[in-house]
Ligand binder design. Structure first.
Ligand code: C2O
Ligand code: CU
Ligand code: CU
Length: 548
């Protein structure tokens, strides 16, 4: 395990904006798997304070070429924050970029003021100091920028890190827990590079029908298709899809079985045996792999094609409706070439076992999940995700939003990404929830592309999925019966989720909900919600109506 840091500087060197669409470098500088370093907090009056800074850095991804990236620290990505439930935590995050940014704690249950969404801007050379008390289950969370209109670009250029939470349950379970040895963070991201090995983010004038920024080089923890060395025992991978737009259908060559033990918000009740798992942007899964009998072998961890996923009906997920077995359905509309082929994500080289004191078995049980019931909900709120052409442009314009007719790109008319018919507007509060209420959020995808829908602050449970072809709603698959903060919606699918809203959020710092395809989010597929004391609800609603 080593980090490859060549230099770090505040100035971006050699960055160009020349673009070439499918340039793939043959020569990777180094393919050893990197474990992001754990950040050591300083402890002041019982509060654990994590300090880091946001920088321009250069790293060598391709042999002999320096790539400009952004990162929390001195390389790409950022250090791993690790905390215990009920810890008092604080952060001191300094922005050494020349532009504004924010640091959003994705999946964290935290006061709206500390959420790091579009309101908590860190200007250049300023330090942001959020703090709160961790109050949630053991889980794999993450942090990333959330600057209104620029989230996609900043994440794409390298800003993201893991945020791991432990609790009583995770400590008592007999599962791998040695960070970087048998408990490994794995963030998967796809990127494009130009001739000078610089990251290529699409700008106005490019056209990409895939609906979001996708690349052709797969980076895992910032390394191209790396090689991970592990002991021959049970290992745990905490997988995060940190991509802007790409959905992965993950599995191993030879259909090796693995066991999903956690979803976004924590452990499942018991391990779910799978050979594939579908992961949309921002979603996390923790999996266990039993490698006791795999000494001296190489496993290929891959993403499998959409066609494959159609025919197999997927072990991890099933989507009927537009994706009937045997047909490619509309999936092809929402994916580009890489989604239609199998491609490598990383290789895992299994060594000999390193010690006798390691995990040898997959546990039978993990935890007990407190079920939120449909009948606990006070109300159902509807969210319709749509994409349509139009002219309202007070937002950044992205490639995918150009309309092409007979090969001619129509400037001026763009694809608008909407929730309930409107684009995100920081001056408009879209929803007001009463603090303490349990609500059902019913999200309908009325678009031809897939959308991962994410809600800030809370973890929800999926009640059911409905395919939009008239068939009855179905329960989520077993690996989706745990806590989630992001749910993938296929075209025409409706998903009902249930959650309890128990943090206050006022107009100064609202929470967000949005599509986690970052170009869709930046294009306006986002909304804001408040959580108010029940007795204030009427006043707040009147204020909002008066402001319209
Ligand atoms: Cu990971 Cu609002 O985002
Ligand atoms: Cu979030
Ligand atoms: Cu979307």
């Amino acid at each position: 395990i080593k980090t490859s840091i060549l230099s770090s500087s505040i100035l971006v060197v050699g960055c160009s904006d020349k673009r070439s669409d499918k340039f793939i470098y043959p020569d990777y500088a180094d393919r050893s798997f990197i474990v992001p370093p754990l950040i050591e907090p300083t402890i002041v009056n019982g509060k654990r304070i994590f300090k880091f800074s946001i920088n321009h850095n250069t790293i060598e991804i391709f042999k002999g070429k320096l790539t400009c990236v952004l990162g929390y620290g001195d390389s790409i990505l950022g250090p791993t924050i690790r905390v215990d439930n009920m810890d008092n935590v604080g952060f001191e995050i300094t922005n050494y970029l020349s532009v504004n940014t924010t640091v959003h704690f994705h999946g964290l249950h935290l006061p709206a003021k500390e959420d790091g969404g579009p309101y908590q801007i860190i200007p250049p050379n300023k330090t942001w100091k959020p703090s709160w008390r961790i109050n949630q289950l053991a889980s794999t969370q993450w942090y990333h920028p959330h600057l209104e209109g620029y989230t996609g670009e900043q994440v794409y250029k390298g800003m993201a890190g893991f945020f791991l939470i432990d609790d009583e349950t995770s400590r008592l379970l007999d599962i791998p827990k040695t960070y970087g040895v048998d408990d490994l963070p794995v963030v998967i991201q796809d990127r494009r590079f130009d001739e000078k090995a610089q990251l290529l983010y699409l700008n106005k004038g490019d056209f990409d029908k895939s609906g979001g920024m996708k690349g052709y080089t797969i980076l895992v923890n910032g390394k191209p298709v790396p090689i991970l060395n592990v002991p021959a025992q049970v290992i745990r991978l905490r997988i995060l899809n940190g991509s802007n737009a790409r959905i992965y259908n993950l599995g191993f060559e030879g259909d090796i079985q693995f066991y999903q033990i956690a979803s976004d918000g924590g452990f499942l009740e018991k391990p779910v045996s799978l050979t594939r798992v579908l992961l949309g942007p921002a979603e996390r899964v923790e999996i266990l792999l039993d490698l006791n009998n795999s000494k001296n072998t190489i496993l290929r961890f891959k993403s499998f094609s959409a066609e494959y996923y159609d025919k197999q009906k997927l072990n991890g997920h099933q989507f009927g409706g537009p994706f009937k077995v045997g047909g490619t359905g509309r999936l092809s509309d929402s994916v580009d070439t890489l989604d239609k082929i199998n491609f490598d994500v990383m290789s895992i080289y299994v060594n000999k076992s390193t010690s006798t004191n390691v995990v040898r078995k997959i546990p039978n049980k993990l935890t007990k999940i407190v079920r939120l019931k449909e009948s606990d909900a006070i109300k159902t709120r509807n969210f319709g995700l749509t994409v349509m052409s139009g002219f309202k442009i007070n937002r950044r314009v992205f490639t995918s939003m150009f309309k092409v007719i007979n090969g001619i790109v129509l400037e001026g008319e763009h694809m608008l990404h909407l929730i309930n018919g409107v684009q995100m507007d920081m001056n408009v509060i879209n929803e007001v929830v009463k603090k303490g209420d349990v609500e059902i959020w019913r999200i309908t995808n009325g678009a031809h592309t897939t959308h991962p829908f994410h809600i800030h602050d809370i973890q929800f449970q999926i009640l059911d999925r409905e395919q939009g072809d008239g068939s009855d709603p179905t329960l989520p698959n077993e690996n989706e019966r745990g806590w989630k903060d992001t749910v993938l919606l296929m075209p025409e699918e409706t998903v009902r989720v249930v959650a309890k809203f128990d943090h206050y959020a006022d107009t100064q710092y609202p929470y967000m909900y949005h599509c986690h395809i970052l170009e869709h989010e930046d294009a306006g597929m986002m909304g804001q919600f408040l959580v108010v004391e029940p007795e204030d609800f009427d006043t707040v609603m009147t204020d909002i109506d008066n402001n319209k």
